[in-house]
Design a protein around this ligand. Structure first.
Ligand code: ADP
Length: 192
């Protein structure tokens, strides 16, 4: 449906919002297997930015799947709709001048391309947390791999649902044998 209520000429410009905040609105998108370290690194990076006075927003499975996406499952179709909604929300915050950190498995090139398309390529940074399946399974932070191997959880990325390795991420980060701080520093150096 077309927008029949054209308000755009009255909106405050994005540039004005960014000038007020002293930062550039952007979306930092973390992709990787469950347990790879997306949320840990996104949280620590957000904390660092927050302490510098930046205005940030963190979106991850916990605050999205319990709310705006609570009617969605884990079929590829539902995963795509999940990411579509998240990307639309991230875009709103980004256009408001905020730095949005998104932590989602986002398992296929197709799904990541959808997010990038919605958000806009120039405001979208893809960070691939490249922890191996073996290491994620060894960490098994939430006990989910064990359940997936037992067949108690279906359609688990890396086990019985695909995870396509990102072909051209902006940053590819290995976490094995690295501290969280060094991973955060590496992203920070590259993006800020
Ligand atoms: P995800 O959000 O990708 O599902 P989590 O951040 O919830 O993953 O879990 C990652 C786990 O790996 C945490 O227990 C974290 O302490 C551990 N870990 C070990 N080394 C690192 C590292 N360099 N970066 C991020 N997490 C790490």
């Amino acid at each position: 449906m077309n927008n029949i209520h054209p308000i755009f000429d009255t909106l405050i410009e994005r540039e004005d919002r960014e000038r007020r905040l002293g930062q550039k609105g952007q979306v930092i998108w973390f992709t990787g297997l469950s347990g790879s370290g997306k949320s840990t690194i996104a949280n620590a990076l957000e904390r660092k930015l927050f302490e510098e006075g930046k205005v940030t927003m963190l979106l991850d499975g916990d605050n999205v799947r319990t709310g705006i996406c609570n009617n969605l499952g884990f079929s590829l179709e539902d995963r795509k709709e999940n990411i579509r909604r998240i990307a639309e929300v991230a875009k709103l915050f980004k256009d408001n001048g905020q730095i949005v950190l998104c932590s989602f498995v986002s398992p296929t090139e197709d799904i990541r391309a959808l997010a990038k398309n919605i958000i806009g390529a120039s405001d979208f940074k893809e960070i691939f947390i490249a922890t191996s399946l073996e290491e994620c399974e060894k960490r098994d932070v939430k006990g989910l791999y064990k359940k997936a191997r037992l067949g108690l959880i279906k359609e688990f990325s890396g086990i019985d649902s695909p995870f396509e390795v990102p072909e051209k991420p902006d940053i590819k980060l290995e976490t094995e044998n690295k501290s969280v701080e060094s991973c955060v520093d590496m992203i920070y150096q590259r993006l800020f």
